[in-house]
Design a protein around this ligand. Structure first.
Ligand SMILES: [Zn+2]
Length: 367
């Protein structure tokens, strides 16, 4: 059972991270925050051309090397047209669900890195016709009202075509150590691996671990690829959400429950537009199962279609990488109010730490 101190610590880091707007391709503010946190822990890190933040913790060179990563970016929009009357039209960046956009608060980042507040307009109820009542407004018809009078007014504020837009950053705590936020995907993953990095420097027997905060996952699932090509790790552990099935609208899709412990993906597949997924490396499944047993952590098992992360692409890089997707249970993915559980995050951190320490000379890299 995690202590109150541990809960408060992870909650603070997660809150800080969620309250930063960091659209795919515009991760600078998130990266700077993480860099500061790493420096506070006396950890050195560097940034590559794409903006991936890499912190290498040296271990035994005779052991297979590990990349442990989570994505810093979040989904959102890009300004695509400014109307003469000051309303702002946007294009989706990432899997934004149109059904959850009406009356949504958003922030637009201007050319001075300031947040301009806005809200997505929705047709007045009193003027809504019967046949419009249950319709979802398509992104083509969505507009942001930021209070501007006209196009000149918008441009003067430092907003232009191409400006990044995200859900208005939001974080609050709910009952039973559950939290609700605007980019739990995957700032919760970032908070967890940041904590793993801080603990790893204290462990003696370990492989070399590259803790990486990656970019552009929500855009094209390949932002971490250059890191893989440069560092050539043997093992990849990817940390992101696992969909729960414990809300009234998700019953029967899996056994994953919020607050019941971290998750391991045994199968993920996405067949729309691309064919990819991860069937995890058996040695990775084995060490995570062992770690869960040692730490007495309930490890939830997930099989899901319609899910894809960078892990799907990196497993085929170089000579092949022993890959596994590890996650925290999360509700309401890609909406502006994603929900996860802080105890799950702490258990996930302890699980990863223990699993990494299980990578020894007997680890079977060949599948
Ligand atoms: Zn994610």
């Amino acid at each position: 059972m995690p202590s109150k101190k541990e809960i408060n610590f992870i909650s603070k880091i997660l809150e800080d991270l969620v309250l930063i707007s960091g659209l795919s391709g515009y991760e600078t503010n998130v990266r700077e925050y993480l860099l500061k946190q790493l420096k506070n822990k006396k950890l050195r890190a560097n940034t590559d051309i794409l903006g991936n933040l890499i912190c290498t913790i040296k271990g035994d060179n005779a052991l297979p090397s590990v990349i442990l990563f989570a994505h810093m970016d979040q989904l959102g929009f890009i300004v695509k047209k400014i109307e003469n009357d000051g309303f702002i039209r946007v294009e989706r960046l990432g899997g934004i669900p149109e059904k959850s956009l009406a009356s949504q608060d958003v922030v637009i980042v201007n050319n001075k890195n300031e947040l301009i507040q806005g809200t997505i307009g929705t047709k007045s109820h009193h003027a809504t016709q019967q046949e419009e009542k249950y319709l979802v407004t398509s992104i083509k018809n969505i507009y942001i009202d930021a209070g501007f009078k006209n196009k000149r007014d918008v441009l003067r504020s430092g907003i232009n075509i191409g400006s990044p837009v995200t859900y208005a950053p939001y974080y609050k705590t709910l009952a039973n150590n559950n939290v609700c936020g605007s980019s739990i995907d995957d700032r919760a993953g970032c908070a967890v691996i940041l904590d793993v990095a801080a603990s790893l420097i204290k462990t003696k027997k370990k492989p070399t671990v590259h803790v990486v905060f990656s970019v552009q996952e929500e855009f094209n699932l390949r932002g971490v690829l250059p890191v893989i090509n440069t560092l050539k790790p043997d093992i990849a552990i990817q940390v992101d959400l696992t969909l729960t099935s414990d809300t009234p609208d998700m019953i029967n899709s899996s056994d994953v429950v919020l607050g019941a412990g971290p998750c391991i993906s045994l199968f993920s597949f996405h067949g729309r537009g691309t064919l990819n997924g991860v069937i995890p490396h058996p040695s990775m499944v084995e060490i995570f199962e062992k770690a869960a047993k040692i730490k007495k952590i309930n490890l939830q098992r997930s099989v899901a279609s319609g899910i894809l992360t960078d892990a799907s692409y990196i497993q085929f890089a170089n000579k092949g990488i022993a890959t596994v997707d590890i996650g925290f249970p999360m509700r309401y993915s890609h909406s502006s109010r994603e929900v996860c559980n802080l105890e799950d995050l702490i258990n996930l951190k302890n699980l990863i730490l223990t699993a990494i320490n299980k990578i020894d000379k007997d680890f079977k890299l060949i599948r």
